[in-house]
Design a protein around this ligand. Structure first.
Ligand code: BTX
Length: 325
């Protein structure tokens, strides 16, 4: 009931919704409506109550509350359940703990991560209330080899959401970063559990630097945020909603068609590496190459300095040039 009331308030934000109307529509007493409103206020929603006119949602809290995201989501599976935290070590780690018991599409989101993880044991800075730190739990019936395609789908949807909401020129730096102006604004960490021929679950972790004004000195030169690029604060909730909706569209397209076609259109259009010279870091080895294509599987086709062509399955890719990292 609380969710239904919240949805009404959101749909008619800035307008009064009368207690009488709500009680008639949902078949509960006006006292029950009043109690739900009080609970919403306690959760941080600013709701104005005026005698005879009813209730008006004035301002929503900046905190990313699962149910306030859920009420606006037009998805079937993704975000069906959203578990939110004030603080957690890592949303990916928590997602792993509960993955077996929850449904496909469950989302974990936290205001802060104290042990945010990047790839290969690296860490991911996740300051409180300044970013989107979330994980999507997926249970697709696809071969494990295909699992990494979820990173491509996540990259395409995040890039698309950033562009749509902020108008900023975000690009995808294969395989798992989104960059603006050559600096990292988002990182994606996909983890998988299962057997040789069957996926039990996949966790797609997405970290977006939204309102971070200052980064630790170690990576000040390689990191950026939406607020730095745009010059004004960006609403995290709007980005989460657009991102999850787009993710479901691209994911369903992949599941139904068996190809990454729709994601690839975005990945190729907004690629930070296509046609560029890159450095490929493989362990201690560093190779230089030119990216000549992104194939149907979402893999990079590169031409090495000796003229040989190679398909990059994963690995550390770095854009060569002064503005890249
Ligand atoms: P990565 O290994 O490609 O990038 C990690 C590197 O990026 C770090 O070594 C550091 O140099 C730099 N870095 C750390 N924090 C940031 C930041 N906030 N912005 C820009 N650069 C940074 C990328 O790994 C994958 C990151 C996934 C993060 C999400 S958040 C939700 C989920 N939970 C979790 O623990 N991880 C994922």
């Amino acid at each position: 009931m609380k969710e239904k009331i919240l949805k009404e308030l959101y749909d008619r934000k800035g307008e009064y919704v009368s207690g009488e109307e709500l009680s008639g529509k949902y078949g509960v007493s006006r006292t029950a409506i009043w109690k739900h409103m009080n609970n919403l206020k306690k959760e941080g929603y600013r709701i104005e109550t005026t005698h005879k006119k009813g209730y008006k949602l004035i301002e929503t809290t900046d905190r990313l509350i699962g149910q306030s995201i859920k009420v606006a989501l037009k998805t079937r599976y993704i975000g069906n359940k959203i578990i939110d935290f004030d603080t957690i070590d890592s949303t990916n780690s928590y997602a792993k703990e509960i993955a077996k018991e929850v449904l496909h599409g469950t989302v974990i989101i936290s205001e802060e991560q104290t042990g945010g993880r990047g790839r290969m044991g690296r860490s991911w800075t996740s300051p409180k209330s300044e970013g989107i730190w979330m994980s999507i739990i997926l249970k697709p019936d696809i071969p494990p080899m295909e699992g990494m395609k979820m990173t491509q789908i996540a990259a395409a949807s995040t890039c698309w959401a950033i562009r749509t909401v902020t108008g900023l020129e975000a690009y995808i730096k294969w395989p798992n970063d989104i960059v603006i102006d050559g600096k990292k604004v988002c990182g994606i960490l996909t983890e998988m559990a299962g057997e040789l021929n069957k996926i039990d679950y996949l966790i797609v972790g997405i970290g977006v630097n939204v309102n971070i004004e200052k980064f630790p000195v170690e990576f000040r030169d390689i990191a950026t945020s939406l607020v730095i690029e745009k010059g004004e604060k960006v609403d995290r909730r709007t980005i989460v909603i657009e991102l999850l909706q787009q993710f479901e569209k691209l994911y369903m397209d992949y599941i139904n068609c068996g190809t990454l076609e729709k994601s690839l259109a975005i990945i190729r259009n907004y690629s930070a590496v296509l046609g560029k010279s890159i450095r490929i870091l493989k362990g201690n080895q560093e190779l230089r190459a030119e990216v000549i294509a992104i194939n149907e599987e979402g893999l990079l086709r590169v031409r090495l300095e000796d003229g040989k062509e190679e398909l990059l399955i994963s690995g550390e890719v770095s854009i060569r040039g002064s503005e890249g990292y």
